[in-house]
Design a protein. Structure first.
Lengths: 113, 112
């Protein structure tokens, strides 16, 4: 099983770019990398998913080096509403569902005014 | 689209009492998951369904927990009898091949 390691917490000021790195040394060939965001009293919410190189959407970018043993979630110009826990997941999404995917403890991002 | 709907939102019960949680996944999502999330921790998988079949229930404490997904749509998770250590948020999620999980808002269970 691909285990992930993330920093437990991070602080950032409003308007700054935040980069959260996740290590997944034993990622398998079929595994995708997915990031989720969780606010208090809510379930985790999909942010972005990638397999290799760079993926960008309207809320974040995901950078994956060639060896795929790590990934970096980049949040541009964070605001107070980005304060949340961010989870990095690695798993095989073949057949329409995550198989043997484990959530870690995530990274608690605190955005400071 | 309503998303994944869970009920109740909150539940407080005395230990040794039974409790049940209900989940309605996103229409067309064949895969359904029940997770338990303790305070300050990430969600932990309890059971995964492919349609009506439980394909991974290795983490489900089968002595007191049970789940069903009749007709491959709605699902119910039951605890009987509940213990103090079962206090947690119980999350339901469904998934498609394109965008991974969609989670419900969860049921916060407090056992007193």
């Amino acid at each position: 099983l691909a285990k992930t390691t993330q920093p437990i917490s991070m602080d950032s000021y409003e308007g700054q770019e935040v980069n959260i790195t996740c290590s997944h040394n034993n990622i398998a060939t079929n595994d995708y990398i997915t990031w989720y965001q969780q606010f208090p009293s809510q379930g985790p919410r999909f942010i972005i998913q990638g397999y290799k190189t760079k993926v960008t959407n309207e809320v974040a970018s995901l950078f994956i080096p060639a060896d795929r043993k790590s990934s970096t979630l980049s949040l541009p110009r964070v605001s107070l509403s980005d304060t949340a826990v961010y989870y990095c997941l690695v798993g095989d999404t073949y057949s329409g569902g995550y198989q043997k995917v484990t959530f870690g403890t995530g990274t608690k991002l605190q955005v400071i005014p | 689209e309503a998303g994944v709907v869970q009920s109740p939102r909150y539940k407080i019960i005395e230990k040794k009492q039974p409790v049940a949680f209900w989940c309605n996944p996103i229409s067309g999502h064949n895969t359904l998951y029940w997770y338990r999330q303790n305070l300050g921790q990430g969600p932990e998988l309890l059971i995964r369904y492919e349609n009506e079949e439980a394909v991974d229930d290795s983490q489900l404490p089968k002595d007191r927990f049970s789940a069903e997904r009749l007709k491959g749509v709605d699902s119910t998770l039951k605890i009987q009898p509940a213990e103090l250590g079962d206090s947690a948020v119980y999350l339901c999620a469904s998934s498609s091949q394109d965008y991974g999980y969609t989670f419900g808002s969860g049921t916060r269970l407090t056992v007193v």
